[in-house]
Structures are given as C-alpha cells and as structure tokens.
Design a protein around this ligand. Structure first.
Ligand code: ADP
Ligand code: MG
Length: 474
C-alpha cells in the first residue's frame, strides 16, 4: 500500500540538507517533489533529466540520510523522472524524459562525463571577458553543425570553458532530445582508445565515436605529445566533420600554442571559430558572486558581493572557493552571512593582504601621492580635475585591495564620498589597468613601494599567469 507523503516533507528534507550537507545544496532542489512512499521507498520526482541523472549519481546518500532523519523511518529513496513509469515496469535509462528516452536507445555506450546541472546557460554570467564565446556557444547549441564548426574555445584555468561546453550539451539535449551527443574529456577519449587497442576493439571504438551528431571534447590540449591518440582523433575529427557533424573543443591554449600538436590538427582546429576566454573583470566577478550565491541558496547583498569580488581577483574557481568557505564558516559558526563573517573567511585568501596592520590607508595614499606627484590635500578634497581624479581612484582601488576597510569607510576617508563613488573608482582602475600599460606598471611600482608581497602584486590581471595570453591578444 503506497501513501502520499506529508506536505511538509519537502521543506523538512531541504532544511536537513542545508544544515548537514550544505555543499550539495542547490536552489533547484526546491523543484524536487516527494512522491509516493511505497514498500519503504520514498520516490523523489525530478522534472529535469539532467538534474535527475546528476542526483542519482551524486546525491543519493545525502537524500537518504535526510529522508530517514526527518521521517524517523528506515526509508530508501529513489529519484524518478516526472514521466517515468512506476518502478518495476521498465528499466530506467539515463536520460529520462519521454522524448529523451528515444535518444538513449541510439546513444552509443560510451562512458561519458557526467553533465552538471550547475553548468547551464542560465547560470553562466556574460561579461566582456566571455561575450563572444558565450554568443558562439549559444549559436552552436541552437544550430549544431551549421554555424561554427569546429567551435574551439580556449583560455586559462577556471575561466568557464567546461561550464560553457556543458551548457551547450544541456541546451542541445533539451531542445532536441534525439541528438546523439558525446561529451568527454580528452583524457577519457584517450583512455577509451587505448583500452580499445588493448582489447582489439578499435573498430567498435571508431563506430561509436564516429556515429555521433555532436562530439564535445574538453581539454583537448591533453593531446599534446600523444602521437597515437592524435592520429586517432584526427580521423575521428575528419569523419565527423565531413558528415556535417558538430565538433566542440576546449583547450588551455590556442591551437597553434598547444605544444607538440601536429600541424594538420592545428589547421583543422583553426578552420572553424576559435575564441579565447579572458579573466573576468570586477563587474563580471560581482555578477558571478551573485549568481553563485543564489545557486547555493546563500543570502548575499551587493556590498558583500563587491567586497568578495575585490578581494578575490583570480579565476572564477577561486571566487567560487571563497564563497564555499564563507558558507562553511557561516554554518559552522551559526552566524549570518554579513561583512564580519566575510572578512574573517577571506582573511587568508591568497589575493588578500597578508597583514592588516601592514598597510594603512594613510600609507597607501602617501605612496600614491608621491608617485603621481600631486598634493595630499587635493586627493582628499573635492577637486574633480582629471589630474587629481586618477590618483584618487588609484588610492581607493589600492585601499580596497590592501586594507580591510569597507567601501563606506574608504569613501569617508576621501572627503566623505559615498560607497558608489568608491565602487566606480575601483571599476575604472580595474578596466584601465588592463589596457593601459603605464598605469599597470605604475600601480605595481606603488605596491612595491608599499612592500606588498609578490602574491598580492601578481594577482592583478595583467601580471598573472594569464599575462602571456593578454600579450598575444595584442
Ligand atoms: P575551466 O574549464 O575553464 O577551467 P570551469 O568551467 O570549470 O573552468 O569553471 C570553474 C568554475 O567557475 C565553475 O564552477 C564555473 O561554473 C564557474 N564559472 C566560470 N565562468 C563562469 C561564468 N561566466 N559564469 C558563472 N560561472 C562561471
Ligand atoms: Mg575545464
């Protein structure tokens, strides 16, 4: 006899998960509906097939614990698709809405990389650093094989390449469930290939990889120096390309900059659209913090968001790491997420100043004044002249990076300006220093004068590991 669940079960389970397994929680967990309880099994209905597959693979244990704890019963849980037939009547398939089920019949049994429901276009923040890549990815997702082929996206680590590739896959599968799609990392492709060689099943391997509609290979730079796999990939590429199938590739470097990549592959990769992703600017980082906070169900106002975006200047993965640390500290200490907690959480962050007492806003302003050869009273006063405005903005920018002062506090120091003026100054300097070499060198000089440690000094966009890419951009 099955029985409908208590209407409060959903919020109880989500509450439990937030308290005990915050790291797995996502805002879309609210869309999961407890279904029937029968035979000691609680069905949890998931409406999106990609979310379903992800939950089945990654979250079953935590949900089981939550269900048992809040009901006080030794229940098992089962994630089911909205249209899935009742348990027992048919074997479950990985892609579970009814139209997708048809697709899985023809999906080659390649051990694919699991798609993360976090990595969709909806959660991808667009900014100047990735606008082109995003637009092209959308076009590929909508019209595979007919716009940019191959589509090759490259950029430094943690800049959103995998996110974008998976977003393409999810869009394709949602819009056209019959698409036969293969998403693998290049390492997985290589592993499958070597396994096939060992097992004498290369023909099968080729049959599988060459019968897809869309082949998405992440981290293709892995091909570097792997002659046999390069050869195999070359033929896979050609077979698909000639059949009008879509290829999407990501890499940490442009095709011609991947070491020991055969010329014929370089020219194939260059024959479609090659787009580079850059490090996100301040504005984009603020938007990413907001989006990620929302995804993880964290309350985060704009002041906190911009504080985090100022402190954490590295790639997006670092930004996300900082957010997770804040959440962890909040749940461990029971404190709400406010400025005190955020400051405390980010205290040891690589991009943060190493010691609060080392840099005072007075020292910073003093150094800036000396460097620009302007008067302190002018910087602190009301004058708006251009010769004063830039040094003042640089002072605010450095004060924000090197002290723990809030935007309001910094504004207060500079003649009672409000926080939006300070924010504007920080943004202006961030943008300028990316294109204005003289300014960038100037800031580095001031930082050295202040004795800023290398790790802080080199965390700026133009002198970081991504620097060689910026140079190449011309
Ligand atoms: P890459 O593959 O380039 O190393 P990832 O795609 O793994 O980088 O991104 C690292 C993290 O940063 C992921 O959690 C991803 O969601 C996030 N991320 C990167 N760029 C963006 C963006 N523009 N909007 C939202 N999240 C992003
Ligand atoms: Mg990646």
């Amino acid at each position: 006899m099955s029985k409908s669940p208590d209407p409060n079960l959903k919020s109880a389970i989500n509450g439990y998960l937030r308290r005990h397994h915050a790291e797995i929680c996502r805002h879309w967990f609210d869309d999961i509906d407890p279904g029937e309880i029968g035979g000691g099994v609680l069905n949890l209905v998931v409406h999106d097939p990609i979310q379903l597959r992800y939950l089945q693979r990654s979250c079953a244990q935590q949900f089981t614990e939550a269900a048992q704890s809040v009901t006080g019963r030794l229940l098992a849980i089962k994630f089911v698709g909205a249209e899935e037939p009742p348990p027992g009547s048919a074997p479950s398939t990985p892609m579970l809405d009814s139209s997708a089920r048809a697709a899985t019949a023809t999906l080659p049994p390649i051990e694919q990389t699991l798609l993360s429901p976090d990595y969709t276009f909806e959660t991808f923040v667009v900014g100047p650093c990735n606008r082109l890549a995003h637009a092209a990815a959308l076009a590929v997702g909508d019209r595979p094989g007919r716009t940019y082929n191959p589509f090759f996206v490259h950029g430094g680590v943690g800049l959103g390449k995998t996110h974008l590739l998976q977003a393409i896959c999810q869009r394709l599968l949602r819009q056209r469930a019959s698409t036969v799609l293969c998403y693998v990392s290049c390492a997985t492709f290589a592993d499958h290939f070597h396994e096939a060689v060992r097992a004498g099943t290369v023909a099968d391997f080729r049959g599988k990889f060459r019968s897809v509609d869309v082949l998405v290979v992440d981290d293709i730079h892995f091909l570097s120096k792997r002659d046999q796999t390069q050869e195999e990939f070359f033929h896979t590429f050609n077979a698909l390309y000639q059949a009008g199938k879509q290829l999407v590739l990501s890499s940490d470097a442009a095709p011609s900059d991947i070491p020991d990549l055969e010329n014929r592959l370089v020219s194939r990769f260059n024959s479609g659209l090659v787009v580079r992703m850059e490090r996100p600017c301040f504005e984009t980082r603020v938007n990413i913090v907001r989006t990620k906070a929302e995804l993880h169900g964290m309350a985060m106002d704009d002041t906190l968001g911009s504080f985090i975006a100022t402190r954490v200047e590295g790639n997006v993965r670092e930004l996300e790491g900082a957010l997770m640390k804040i959440r962890l500290m909040a749940s461990a200490s029971g404190q709400p997420i406010g400025m005190d907690l955020v400051r405390e959480s980010l205290r040891d962050h690589a991009a943060a100043p190493s010691g609060e007492s080392q840099h005072s806003i007075q020292d910073i302003t003093e150094s800036v004044v000396q460097f620009f050869n302007v008067r302190l009273t002018d910087i602190l006063g009301k004058r708006r002249h251009k010769s004063i405005a830039l040094p003042r903005q640089v002072s605010m920018y450095l004060a924000r990076r090197l002290t723990r002062l809030s935007l309001e506090e910094i504004g207060g120091y500079f003649g009672g300006r409000d926080h939006s003026t300070v924010l504007h100054a920080i943004r202006t300097v961030e943008i300028k220093r990316q294109s204005d070499e003289a300014l960038s060198r100037g800031i580095a000089t001031i930082e050295r004068a202040l004795g800023v440690e290398e790790s802080v000094a080199t965390s700026s966009p133009d002198s970081s590991g991504a620097g060689h890419q910026l140079e190449r951009a011309g």
